[in-house]
Design a protein around this ligand. Sequence first.
Ligand code: FIX
Ligand code: ZN
Length: 407
Amino acid sequence: MVTTTEKLSELLTDRDELRAEVDLVVNAAPVMDVHTHLFPPEFNELCLFGIDELLTYHYLTAETLRSARIPYNQFWSMSKTSQADLVWKTLFVDNSPTSEAAQGIISVLDVFGLDTRAPDLKEARAFFNSQNLNDHIDQVFDIAGVSGVVMTNDPLDETEAEIWKTGINVDQRFKSSLRLDSLLNDFDSGSVPAIRRLLDQSIQRLNPVYLAASLPPDFKYPSDEIRDGLLREVVLPTAKEYGLTLTLMVGVRRSVNPELREAGDGLGRADVSSIERLCADHPDVKFLVTFLSRENQHELCVAARKFNNLMPFGCWWFLNNPSIVTEITRERLELLGQSFIPQHSDARVLEQLIYKWKHARKQIADALYSSYEQLLQNGRAITPQEISRDVNRLFSGNFNEWNSACG
Ligand code: FIX
Ligand code: ZN
């Protein structure tokens, strides 16, 4: 009789068995979601869930306003329910929901046994409105296989700040991060000491797992811009002092079309050598980095081969599409082995965790299987134990180790 230990260490020489084992392990492994815009119920209206929030997600409003010929201001003057009805009619009734964001809705409805071809949202609304929020969060985290999420917390956001001031006990699955966009990108007043004080207070109160900022494609380091000074005089010293990772999301062009509001951002190719110089100048700071442009992905992998304080993560936003995620993940496996974080959800609405991780697990399993299959062709078979080790490292180990190394 083959024991479990023997089975776990059995070499997988049969390709179908290998494929089945990779799928089994990838679909069962808990994942740490390193970047989201989710909030727990303690944050009241900031905690988004349900079909109306899912359908008015900015990815879907952008797609709807391409097909539904209505003026932008007319759309924004509609209630959220009416906007959701229009999104459903336009993308799911009058057209086939083939886009990744639309496929995501289908995956969520299907998981809850709801009609994915319904003419309207009656059934879906009744279902989501009948959920007990805390039970629903447990169920969604369980279905998605998510052990924890990192929030996006802006120290200058008044709604958030008011809630943090009350000294709330935040659900442990929701880790905080300190988002510095408004400080770094819209810096217009306040002295460096004042900003430092704000960071110290926020770090004391939120206990973040990392400091973070998104940066435009024209971000340069070093440069004589104010942002460069803030990085050198405030952000990097703070990261060093508190042993915090600095997470940089590079390549977003905000408000390319302001009429689309949150859906109006675009992207641009950025300068990876600026990140290389940051890593070189600050070897005692850990950088979690993602680029929005497809053209920057290969450069990022190569930069990470040069600097072991640089951890590439995620297929951000406009890259979070099956064909591109598989491409990027394979390239990273080929250039970095398992020393990267393959994906983050960027979820804004609770149930998005379900589809974003269901789809990501499929693409990551495809990329991993092709690596192991190639390894087999080249003369080395892998064991179930090794697959588990690799997947756990990709899904949570790298992030946990990265942050504990900083602690
Ligand atoms: O900067 C960011 O964190 C971006 O992810 C967001 O601004 C963006 O709106 C988004 O939700 C992307 O998925
Ligand atoms: Zn985000």
